[in-house]
Ligand binder design. Sequence first.
Ligand code: GAL
Length: 409
Amino acid sequence: MRALRAILVASVMLPAVHASATDLEVTHWWTSGGEAAAVKELATAFDATGNKWIDGAIAGSGGTARPIMISRITGGDPMGATQFNHGRQAEELAKSGMMRDLTAVAEKEKWKDIIKPASLLASCTIDGKIYCAPVNIHSWQWLWLSNAAFKTAGVAVPKNWDEFVAAAPALEKAGIIPLAIGGQPWQSTGAFNVLMIAIAGKPTFEKVFSDKDEKVAAGPEIAKVFKAADDARRMSKGSNVQDWNQATNMVITAKAGGQIMGDWAQGEFALAKQKAGVDYTCLPGLGVNEVISTDGDAFYFPVLKDAAKSKAQEALASTIVSPKVQVAFNLKKGSLPIRGDIDLAAANDCMKKGLEILAKGNVVRSVNQLVSADTQKQLEDLFSEFFAKPSMTPVDAQKRFAAIIASAD
Ligand code: GAL
Protein backbone atom coordinates (compact mmCIF):
# COMPACT_ATOMS: atom_id res chain seq x y z
CA MET A 1 0.00 0.00 0.00
CA ARG A 2 2.77 2.33 0.98
CA ALA A 3 4.59 1.39 -2.23
CA LEU A 4 1.50 2.09 -4.26
CA ARG A 5 1.08 5.45 -2.62
CA ALA A 6 4.71 6.22 -3.38
CA ILE A 7 4.17 5.40 -7.05
CA LEU A 8 1.05 7.50 -7.13
CA VAL A 9 2.83 10.43 -5.51
CA ALA A 10 5.72 10.07 -7.92
CA SER A 11 3.44 10.00 -10.92
CA VAL A 12 1.64 13.07 -9.68
CA MET A 13 4.91 14.82 -8.94
CA LEU A 14 6.60 14.06 -12.25
CA PRO A 15 4.38 16.03 -14.58
CA ALA A 16 4.60 18.91 -12.13
CA VAL A 17 8.37 19.03 -12.61
CA HIS A 18 8.00 18.93 -16.37
CA ALA A 19 5.25 21.48 -16.40
CA SER A 20 7.68 24.21 -15.41
CA ALA A 21 10.16 23.23 -18.11
CA THR A 22 9.50 24.49 -21.59
CA ASP A 23 10.75 25.23 -25.07
CA LEU A 24 12.40 28.57 -25.59
CA GLU A 25 13.18 29.98 -28.99
CA VAL A 26 16.50 31.79 -29.03
CA THR A 27 17.42 33.97 -32.00
CA HIS A 28 20.99 34.90 -32.95
CA TRP A 29 23.17 35.47 -36.01
CA TRP A 30 25.86 32.96 -35.24
CA THR A 31 25.96 30.82 -38.35
CA SER A 32 29.64 30.42 -39.23
CA GLY A 33 31.29 27.12 -38.33
CA GLY A 34 33.03 28.45 -35.22
CA GLU A 35 29.98 30.39 -34.09
CA ALA A 36 27.67 27.40 -34.56
CA ALA A 37 30.03 25.29 -32.45
CA ALA A 38 29.89 27.92 -29.71
CA VAL A 39 26.07 28.13 -29.84
CA LYS A 40 25.89 24.38 -29.41
CA GLU A 41 27.59 24.77 -26.03
CA LEU A 42 24.90 27.20 -24.92
CA ALA A 43 22.10 24.97 -26.17
CA THR A 44 23.48 21.87 -24.47
CA ALA A 45 23.85 23.65 -21.15
CA PHE A 46 20.37 25.12 -21.37
CA ASP A 47 18.83 21.76 -22.26
CA ALA A 48 20.47 20.35 -19.13
CA THR A 49 18.19 22.61 -17.06
CA GLY A 50 15.26 20.53 -18.35
CA ASN A 51 14.15 23.21 -20.78
CA LYS A 52 14.68 23.03 -24.51
CA TRP A 53 16.67 25.43 -26.67
CA ILE A 54 14.85 26.00 -29.97
CA ASP A 55 17.45 27.37 -32.27
CA GLY A 56 16.47 30.49 -34.16
CA ALA A 57 19.65 31.17 -36.13
CA ILE A 58 19.27 33.94 -38.71
CA ALA A 59 21.81 33.72 -41.51
CA GLY A 60 23.50 36.77 -42.97
CA SER A 61 24.99 38.91 -40.24
CA GLY A 62 23.90 41.15 -37.41
CA GLY A 63 22.87 43.73 -39.99
CA THR A 64 20.38 41.29 -41.51
CA ALA A 65 19.28 39.68 -38.28
CA ARG A 66 18.66 42.67 -36.05
CA PRO A 67 15.81 44.24 -38.05
CA ILE A 68 14.08 40.83 -38.13
CA MET A 69 14.50 40.38 -34.39
CA ILE A 70 13.27 43.87 -33.65
CA SER A 71 10.24 43.61 -35.89
CA ARG A 72 9.23 40.30 -34.33
CA ILE A 73 9.33 41.89 -30.89
CA THR A 74 7.53 45.07 -31.88
CA GLY A 75 5.10 43.13 -34.05
CA GLY A 76 3.86 40.95 -31.18
CA ASP A 77 5.67 37.74 -32.10
CA PRO A 78 8.52 37.76 -29.58
CA MET A 79 11.07 34.97 -29.24
CA GLY A 80 12.09 33.71 -25.82
CA ALA A 81 15.52 35.30 -25.95
CA THR A 82 17.67 37.06 -28.47
CA GLN A 83 21.25 38.03 -29.07
CA PHE A 84 22.25 41.64 -29.50
CA ASN A 85 25.55 43.38 -29.08
CA HIS A 86 25.13 44.91 -25.72
CA GLY A 87 25.37 48.52 -26.15
CA ARG A 88 22.62 50.56 -27.61
CA GLN A 89 20.97 48.16 -30.07
CA ALA A 90 18.11 47.23 -27.73
CA GLU A 91 17.81 50.64 -26.10
CA GLU A 92 14.52 51.61 -27.71
CA LEU A 93 12.96 48.20 -27.14
CA ALA A 94 13.85 48.33 -23.45
CA LYS A 95 12.65 51.90 -23.08
CA SER A 96 9.31 51.04 -24.60
CA GLY A 97 8.77 48.29 -22.02
CA MET A 98 9.04 45.33 -24.39
CA MET A 99 12.11 43.78 -22.81
CA ARG A 100 12.31 41.98 -19.55
CA ASP A 101 13.94 43.61 -16.54
CA LEU A 102 16.49 41.09 -15.25
CA THR A 103 17.56 43.05 -12.20
CA ALA A 104 16.16 40.50 -9.73
CA VAL A 105 18.11 37.63 -11.36
CA ALA A 106 21.24 39.78 -11.53
CA GLU A 107 20.98 40.71 -7.85
CA LYS A 108 20.32 37.17 -6.74
CA GLU A 109 23.39 35.97 -8.61
CA LYS A 110 25.55 38.95 -7.71
CA TRP A 111 26.34 39.87 -11.32
CA LYS A 112 27.69 43.23 -10.20
CA ASP A 113 30.44 41.47 -8.24
CA ILE A 114 31.38 38.84 -10.81
CA ILE A 115 31.00 40.46 -14.22
CA LYS A 116 34.16 42.23 -15.32
CA PRO A 117 34.79 44.86 -16.62
CA ALA A 118 31.91 46.79 -15.06
CA SER A 119 31.22 48.48 -18.40
CA LEU A 120 29.69 45.21 -19.65
CA LEU A 121 26.85 45.34 -17.16
CA ALA A 122 26.65 49.10 -17.51
CA SER A 123 25.86 48.52 -21.19
CA CYS A 124 22.98 46.25 -20.14
CA THR A 125 21.62 48.88 -17.77
CA ILE A 126 19.01 51.44 -18.71
CA ASP A 127 17.56 53.79 -16.09
CA GLY A 128 19.07 51.66 -13.34
CA LYS A 129 17.56 48.37 -14.54
CA ILE A 130 19.52 45.46 -16.00
CA TYR A 131 18.15 44.21 -19.31
CA CYS A 132 20.70 41.71 -20.55
CA ALA A 133 22.98 38.83 -19.68
CA PRO A 134 26.41 39.34 -21.24
CA VAL A 135 27.86 36.18 -22.75
CA ASN A 136 31.29 37.30 -23.92
CA ILE A 137 33.76 40.12 -24.26
CA HIS A 138 34.72 40.37 -27.83
CA SER A 139 37.22 42.65 -29.37
CA TRP A 140 37.44 43.94 -32.85
CA GLN A 141 41.06 45.02 -32.90
CA TRP A 142 42.85 42.12 -34.56
CA LEU A 143 44.80 41.55 -37.74
CA TRP A 144 44.80 37.86 -38.75
CA LEU A 145 47.63 36.87 -41.06
CA SER A 146 48.27 33.73 -43.10
CA ASN A 147 51.84 32.57 -42.47
CA ALA A 148 51.71 30.46 -45.65
CA ALA A 149 50.73 33.44 -47.82
CA PHE A 150 53.78 35.40 -46.73
CA LYS A 151 55.99 32.38 -47.24
CA THR A 152 54.73 32.04 -50.81
CA ALA A 153 55.32 35.74 -51.39
CA GLY A 154 58.83 35.43 -49.97
CA VAL A 155 58.42 38.09 -47.29
CA ALA A 156 58.49 37.84 -43.52
CA VAL A 157 55.17 37.76 -41.68
CA PRO A 158 54.53 41.42 -40.78
CA LYS A 159 54.69 42.53 -37.17
CA ASN A 160 52.52 45.59 -37.65
CA TRP A 161 50.21 47.44 -40.02
CA ASP A 162 53.00 49.39 -41.78
CA GLU A 163 54.97 46.24 -42.52
CA PHE A 164 51.77 44.68 -43.83
CA VAL A 165 51.16 47.60 -46.21
CA ALA A 166 54.79 47.38 -47.34
CA ALA A 167 54.41 43.64 -48.03
CA ALA A 168 51.29 44.11 -50.18
CA PRO A 169 53.07 44.37 -53.56
CA ALA A 170 54.96 41.11 -52.93
CA LEU A 171 51.70 39.37 -52.06
CA GLU A 172 50.01 40.73 -55.16
CA LYS A 173 52.89 39.58 -57.32
CA ALA A 174 52.36 36.09 -55.97
CA GLY A 175 48.67 36.27 -56.92
CA ILE A 176 47.53 36.74 -53.32
CA ILE A 177 45.02 39.40 -52.29
CA PRO A 178 46.73 41.31 -49.48
CA LEU A 179 43.65 42.11 -47.39
CA ALA A 180 40.37 40.19 -47.41
CA ILE A 181 37.30 42.29 -46.61
CA GLY A 182 33.77 41.00 -47.11
CA GLY A 183 31.21 43.25 -48.78
CA GLN A 184 28.81 43.61 -45.83
CA PRO A 185 28.91 47.23 -44.65
CA TRP A 186 29.73 46.44 -41.01
CA GLN A 187 33.02 44.86 -42.02
CA SER A 188 34.60 47.90 -43.66
CA THR A 189 33.18 50.11 -40.90
CA GLY A 190 34.70 47.87 -38.26
CA ALA A 191 38.04 47.85 -40.06
CA PHE A 192 38.05 51.65 -40.15
CA ASN A 193 37.38 51.86 -36.41
CA VAL A 194 40.21 49.41 -35.75
CA LEU A 195 42.55 51.50 -37.90
CA MET A 196 41.50 54.55 -35.91
CA ILE A 197 42.54 53.13 -32.54
CA ALA A 198 45.77 51.76 -33.99
CA ILE A 199 46.82 54.88 -35.85
CA ALA A 200 45.22 57.82 -34.04
CA GLY A 201 45.13 56.25 -30.55
CA LYS A 202 42.52 55.81 -27.86
CA PRO A 203 42.11 59.49 -26.82
CA THR A 204 41.32 60.52 -30.39
CA PHE A 205 38.95 57.56 -30.83
CA GLU A 206 37.12 58.65 -27.68
CA LYS A 207 36.98 62.28 -28.71
CA VAL A 208 35.33 61.24 -31.95
CA PHE A 209 32.88 58.58 -30.79
CA SER A 210 32.29 59.45 -27.16
CA ASP A 211 32.48 63.27 -27.20
CA LYS A 212 31.25 63.39 -30.84
CA ASP A 213 33.89 66.06 -31.43
CA GLU A 214 33.36 67.21 -34.98
CA LYS A 215 36.61 69.22 -35.10
CA VAL A 216 38.70 66.17 -34.24
CA ALA A 217 36.73 64.12 -36.77
CA ALA A 218 37.61 66.66 -39.44
CA GLY A 219 41.22 67.10 -38.27
CA PRO A 220 44.69 65.83 -39.18
CA GLU A 221 44.71 62.73 -36.94
CA ILE A 222 41.62 61.34 -38.61
CA ALA A 223 43.03 62.32 -42.01
CA LYS A 224 45.84 59.83 -41.29
CA VAL A 225 43.24 57.17 -40.58
CA PHE A 226 41.51 57.87 -43.89
CA LYS A 227 44.87 57.56 -45.62
CA ALA A 228 45.29 54.11 -44.01
CA ALA A 229 41.73 53.21 -45.01
CA ASP A 230 42.66 54.18 -48.57
CA ASP A 231 45.59 51.71 -48.36
CA ALA A 232 43.23 49.06 -47.00
CA ARG A 233 40.79 49.72 -49.83
CA ARG A 234 43.53 49.24 -52.41
CA MET A 235 44.85 46.12 -50.70
CA SER A 236 41.39 44.55 -50.56
CA LYS A 237 40.65 44.94 -54.26
CA GLY A 238 39.35 41.66 -55.66
CA SER A 239 38.23 40.23 -52.30
CA ASN A 240 34.86 39.47 -53.89
CA VAL A 241 33.24 37.85 -50.88
CA GLN A 242 30.32 38.96 -48.75
CA ASP A 243 30.42 37.14 -45.44
CA TRP A 244 33.19 37.75 -42.90
CA ASN A 245 33.90 34.03 -42.55
CA GLN A 246 34.38 33.71 -46.31
CA ALA A 247 37.04 36.41 -45.96
CA THR A 248 38.57 34.51 -43.01
CA ASN A 249 38.57 31.42 -45.18
CA MET A 250 40.67 33.25 -47.75
CA VAL A 251 43.27 33.77 -45.01
CA ILE A 252 42.98 30.16 -43.83
CA THR A 253 43.58 28.93 -47.37
CA ALA A 254 46.37 31.49 -48.04
CA LYS A 255 44.40 33.15 -50.85
CA ALA A 256 44.65 36.36 -48.85
CA GLY A 257 47.45 37.70 -46.71
CA GLY A 258 45.31 38.98 -43.87
CA GLN A 259 42.00 40.21 -42.52
CA ILE A 260 41.06 42.86 -39.99
CA MET A 261 38.33 41.17 -37.99
CA GLY A 262 37.09 40.61 -34.47
CA ASP A 263 38.24 37.74 -32.31
CA TRP A 264 35.39 35.58 -33.59
CA ALA A 265 37.64 34.87 -36.60
CA GLN A 266 39.60 32.68 -34.25
CA GLY A 267 36.75 30.19 -34.07
CA GLU A 268 37.20 29.58 -37.81
CA PHE A 269 40.96 28.98 -37.53
CA ALA A 270 40.30 26.59 -34.65
CA LEU A 271 37.70 24.69 -36.64
CA ALA A 272 40.15 24.41 -39.58
CA LYS A 273 42.65 22.96 -37.07
CA GLN A 274 45.10 25.79 -37.64
CA LYS A 275 47.40 26.79 -34.85
CA ALA A 276 48.12 30.33 -33.68
CA GLY A 277 51.78 31.18 -34.13
CA VAL A 278 52.31 28.28 -36.55
CA ASP A 279 49.73 28.55 -39.32
CA TYR A 280 48.51 32.04 -38.62
CA THR A 281 49.56 35.13 -36.72
CA CYS A 282 47.33 37.48 -34.79
CA LEU A 283 48.30 41.08 -34.16
CA PRO A 284 46.13 42.80 -31.54
CA GLY A 285 45.82 46.52 -32.21
CA LEU A 286 47.27 45.79 -35.67
CA GLY A 287 50.63 45.43 -33.91
CA VAL A 288 50.69 49.19 -33.40
CA ASN A 289 48.63 50.01 -30.35
CA GLU A 290 47.57 47.11 -28.16
CA VAL A 291 44.16 48.26 -27.05
CA ILE A 292 41.04 46.12 -27.27
CA SER A 293 37.40 47.04 -27.07
CA THR A 294 35.30 45.34 -24.48
CA ASP A 295 31.81 45.06 -25.77
CA GLY A 296 30.45 41.79 -26.97
CA ASP A 297 27.29 39.81 -27.18
CA ALA A 298 24.50 39.56 -24.70
CA PHE A 299 21.10 37.95 -24.49
CA TYR A 300 17.97 40.01 -24.06
CA PHE A 301 14.62 38.62 -23.07
CA PRO A 302 11.34 39.98 -24.43
CA VAL A 303 8.49 40.32 -21.94
CA LEU A 304 6.33 37.17 -22.33
CA LYS A 305 2.92 36.37 -20.91
CA ASP A 306 3.65 32.65 -20.47
CA ALA A 307 4.79 31.92 -16.89
CA ALA A 308 6.79 28.79 -17.74
CA LYS A 309 8.64 30.57 -20.51
CA SER A 310 9.37 33.50 -18.23
CA LYS A 311 10.87 31.07 -15.74
CA ALA A 312 12.91 29.45 -18.51
CA GLN A 313 14.26 32.89 -19.45
CA GLU A 314 15.70 33.15 -15.95
CA ALA A 315 17.27 29.70 -16.28
CA LEU A 316 18.86 30.75 -19.57
CA ALA A 317 20.18 33.99 -18.11
CA SER A 318 21.95 32.17 -15.27
CA THR A 319 23.19 29.42 -17.60
CA ILE A 320 24.87 32.03 -19.80
CA VAL A 321 26.73 33.61 -16.92
CA SER A 322 27.74 30.33 -15.24
CA PRO A 323 31.51 29.58 -15.12
CA LYS A 324 31.26 26.28 -17.01
CA VAL A 325 29.36 27.76 -19.91
CA GLN A 326 31.66 30.77 -19.98
CA VAL A 327 34.68 28.52 -20.57
CA ALA A 328 33.03 26.18 -23.08
CA PHE A 329 31.38 28.91 -25.14
CA ASN A 330 34.29 31.33 -25.30
CA LEU A 331 36.89 28.72 -26.20
CA LYS A 332 34.83 27.76 -29.24
CA LYS A 333 33.97 31.34 -30.15
CA GLY A 334 37.40 32.89 -29.70
CA SER A 335 36.09 35.54 -27.34
CA LEU A 336 36.88 36.21 -23.68
CA PRO A 337 34.80 35.32 -20.63
CA ILE A 338 32.77 37.98 -18.87
CA ARG A 339 34.04 36.98 -15.46
CA GLY A 340 37.56 37.05 -14.12
CA ASP A 341 37.21 34.09 -11.76
CA ILE A 342 37.45 31.25 -14.26
CA ASP A 343 40.22 29.06 -15.51
CA LEU A 344 41.13 29.46 -19.17
CA ALA A 345 44.12 27.11 -19.18
CA ALA A 346 43.08 25.84 -22.61
CA ALA A 347 43.20 29.31 -24.18
CA ASN A 348 45.36 29.58 -27.32
CA ASP A 349 48.13 32.15 -27.87
CA CYS A 350 45.84 34.80 -29.31
CA MET A 351 43.32 34.52 -26.49
CA LYS A 352 46.17 34.73 -24.00
CA LYS A 353 47.33 37.95 -25.66
CA GLY A 354 43.78 39.27 -25.35
CA LEU A 355 43.60 38.32 -21.68
CA GLU A 356 46.94 40.07 -20.99
CA ILE A 357 45.77 43.26 -22.67
CA LEU A 358 42.56 43.08 -20.68
CA ALA A 359 44.49 42.56 -17.43
CA LYS A 360 46.62 45.63 -18.18
CA GLY A 361 43.42 47.61 -18.56
CA ASN A 362 44.25 48.68 -22.12
CA VAL A 363 40.62 48.73 -23.09
CA VAL A 364 38.20 51.00 -24.83
CA ARG A 365 34.45 51.01 -25.20
CA SER A 366 33.28 49.99 -28.63
CA VAL A 367 31.49 52.17 -31.16
CA ASN A 368 28.37 50.07 -30.52
CA GLN A 369 28.36 51.25 -26.95
CA LEU A 370 28.98 54.87 -27.85
CA VAL A 371 26.70 55.75 -30.74
CA SER A 372 23.06 55.09 -31.51
CA ALA A 373 21.95 52.47 -34.01
CA ASP A 374 20.99 55.33 -36.36
CA THR A 375 24.44 56.86 -36.34
CA GLN A 376 25.96 53.44 -36.78
CA LYS A 377 23.86 52.94 -39.90
CA GLN A 378 25.04 56.24 -41.40
CA LEU A 379 28.64 55.23 -40.75
CA GLU A 380 28.06 51.87 -42.40
CA ASP A 381 26.59 53.56 -45.47
CA LEU A 382 29.63 55.80 -45.73
CA PHE A 383 32.22 53.04 -45.38
CA SER A 384 30.54 50.56 -47.67
CA GLU A 385 30.47 53.29 -50.31
CA PHE A 386 34.08 54.32 -49.67
CA PHE A 387 35.36 50.74 -49.96
CA ALA A 388 33.28 49.96 -53.04
CA LYS A 389 33.97 53.20 -54.91
CA PRO A 390 37.65 53.97 -55.58
CA SER A 391 36.62 57.37 -57.01
CA MET A 392 35.56 58.60 -53.58
CA THR A 393 38.62 60.38 -52.21
CA PRO A 394 39.77 60.09 -48.59
CA VAL A 395 39.25 63.87 -48.27
CA ASP A 396 35.62 63.68 -49.39
CA ALA A 397 34.98 60.66 -47.20
CA GLN A 398 36.41 62.46 -44.17
CA LYS A 399 34.11 65.44 -44.80
CA ARG A 400 31.10 63.16 -44.74
CA PHE A 401 32.45 61.38 -41.68
CA ALA A 402 32.82 64.66 -39.78
CA ALA A 403 29.25 65.62 -40.71
CA ILE A 404 27.93 62.30 -39.36
CA ILE A 405 29.85 62.81 -36.11
CA ALA A 406 28.52 66.38 -35.84
CA SER A 407 24.94 65.13 -35.77
CA ALA A 408 25.63 61.83 -33.98
CA ASP A 409 23.74 60.78 -30.88
C1 GAL B 1 29.12 40.37 -34.28
C2 GAL B 1 28.93 39.49 -33.11
C3 GAL B 1 30.05 38.54 -32.98
C4 GAL B 1 30.33 37.87 -34.25
C5 GAL B 1 30.17 38.72 -35.47
C6 GAL B 1 30.13 37.99 -36.75
O1 GAL B 1 28.09 41.31 -34.34
O2 GAL B 1 28.84 40.25 -31.97
O3 GAL B 1 29.79 37.67 -31.93
O4 GAL B 1 30.01 36.59 -34.27
O5 GAL B 1 29.09 39.58 -35.40
O6 GAL B 1 29.00 37.20 -36.87
